[in-house]
Design a binder for this molecule. Sequence first.
Ligand SMILES: Cc1cc2nc3c(=O)[nH]c(=O)nc-3n(C[C@H](O)[C@H](O)[C@H](O)COP(=O)(O)O)c2cc1C
Length: 362
Amino acid sequence: MNTLFQPVNYGNIISSNRFVMAPMSRNRATIDGCATAMMATYYGQRAGAGLIISEGIQPNYVGQGFMNSPGLHNSSQAQSWRQVTQAVHHKGGKIVAQLMHAGRIGHPSLYPSAHQSLAPSAIAAKGEAYTRSGLQAYPTPKAMTKQDILETIEDFTQSAKYAIEAGFDGVEIHAGNGFLLHQFMATNCNIRHDEYGGSIDNRLRLTREVIAAVCDAIGAARVGVRISPENNYNDIVETDSDKLYKALVNSLPEQLAYLHIMEAANRPQTEEIRAMWHGSLILNPHKSWQDGPVSPTIAEQVLAAELCNGVAFGALFVANPDLVERVRVGAKFNELDSSKFYGGDEDGYTSYPNLQQATECA
Ligand SMILES: Cc1cc2nc3c(=O)[nH]c(=O)nc-3n(C[C@H](O)[C@H](O)[C@H](O)COP(=O)(O)O)c2cc1C
């Protein structure tokens, strides 16, 4: 039977256990999108996870959705990530870079020059962006031209190369949570009439092209893909998710390092995808939203049911840098302070004690 403490391979990535740290934006990068020493400490503290998936990283300027989110689109940014990957590797961990283009979930004030946000169609998302001058409504984005699409694929590819240069063990392409690739998939924000809109195959075209280009650039065995079927974050409405995700999963390269599902309370759909996908699968399980954050008990259940090969924990890894050790010895968890999720300093970021520090303070 699979358990959280057994090693597992995700393509070329050899993971010492089945704990995966879920990608989580913490908005503590420099204004230029560089990683900092504090970020290296944070990720290094969590290197007990068999695999860390970094926070969402923008592959180009207009891919930035949030203040102080990091980038991987120039060599200074790539260089800045080296301290992070080294901190994780030094402690025997593995880390992949989540490449996340926010699309219409952005704001021009986040970009260094006057650009409009890009999206499949010129339809603004409902909601507001956090900007330096407070909350502002998401503006109407520019419907991407064919040239914008080609450049975006190229930017994902270059970003993946920067990730490898920076020492990451691979990349995860973010195709969920209402960001650019998900926007192309969803009929409420993609009303294009060209080969990138309309039919399921057309709405999946950009995601498939990005995956293919990134796999070509760094090898499929170092590439993961995250999807979030039926997750309506960021004003996404899916009308044909069953068919759409089956079509996507059916066309994924077999050698992919892993498929990662952020489950949004549709367990039968997860089971169907599991039955179709013969590669490694990482699950961020939410059978129902009432279950709260992923717990070790939930993780053991989905592993025992062979629904997945690894389990992604979000909130628990924020508050417990040594989560794996705590679960191993049956220790209590630290209390989470969600008010410190986004932006700020060490407080609520690198300040959570590990077991040894907690004992010393007691
Ligand atoms: C502070 C925070 C930031 C997040 N940022 C991202 C992100 O950058 N990319 C992403 O794919 N998901 C992001 N998520 C979603 C998490 O990866 C995860 O799916 C979610 O926390 C649910 O898992 P949990 O129940 O274990 O917390 C974020 C979640 C939190 C709490």
